[in-house]
Design a protein around this ligand. Structure first.
Ligand code: PRP
Length: 210
């Protein structure tokens, strides 16, 4: 049988995600060795894994370089890749929030300046409130923007809230809860259907156990 190509997000989340695949019956001993390789396979388990930047996982899956993968709901909402979302893995739980300085008060007579890595999510959220905004698209260290007066608020991911707290900011509104999702390429979903459904069933059974 052809191997299933699986895009795993590198980093903290990736370790937990691989552990979930392993527990589901898709181990790959070589991936557990300390090295800088990025591609690993275990023909016995029918899988080939590769580590990608978390924000790129959906691109590999959308274009078919990977049959399945794991991506954060934040990335799926922001880029709307043409993939199937198969399951919520319940890992990497956090939320997309509006945050600002503690003493910030919104003034409706002014355009709100919003710094974010997620312009599409932020734009959609404020459009739903009919609030006029000016998006400032940054790539990281978003928390600095309100401190330096670059923006009024930020739209960013909050997990523990520690980053906000340590930068004298606080969450003001939650836009949407976020977690890691199992996604599939649309063509693979047809042609490797049995393999993908079996994997999905096993992964979901583990998610339910928590
Ligand atoms: C996210 C986010 C915050 C931080 C929040 O960054 O942008 O900076 O995590 O986590 P906390 O609430 O637990 O403090 P991430 O680690 O994804 O790095 P990045 O901004 O470089 O993508």
């Amino acid at each position: 049988m052809e191997l299933l190509n699986i895009a795993l997000p590198k980093g903290r989340l990736g370790e937990k995600v691989y552990a979930r695949f392993k527990a589901a019956g898709y181990p790959c001993p070589s991936i557990e060795e300390e090295n800088r390789k990025l591609i690993f396979e275990n023909p016995e388990a029918g899988v080939r894994y590769f580590w990608v930047k978390p924000s790129d996982a959906a691109i590999y899956v959308e274009r078919g370089a990977a049959d399945i993968g794991v991506a954060g709901k934040d990335i799926l909402l922001e880029y709307e890749p043409e993939v199937y979302e198969l399951a919520d893995l319940g890992l990497g739980k956090c939320r997309m929030c509006v945050a600002a300085k503690k003493d910030f008060r919104d003034r409706m007579d002014r355009v709100l300046r919003v710094a974010t890595k997620f312009p599409h999510i932020a734009g959609g959220y404020y459009a739903s409130l009919s609030r006029e905004i000016d998006i400032i698209h940054l790539n990281g260290s978003i928390e600095i923007a309100p401190i330096l007066g670059l923006s009024d608020v930020i739209v960013d991911i909050v997990e523990t809230g520690k980053t906000l707290l340590e930068n004298d900011l606080e969450p003001k509104e939650t836009i949407v809860p976020i977690s890691a999702r199992l996604i599939a390429n649309r063509v693979s979903y047809k042609f490797k259907h049995e393999q993908i459904m079996e994997l999905c069933r096993r992964m979901e059974a583990l998610s339910e156990k928590g």
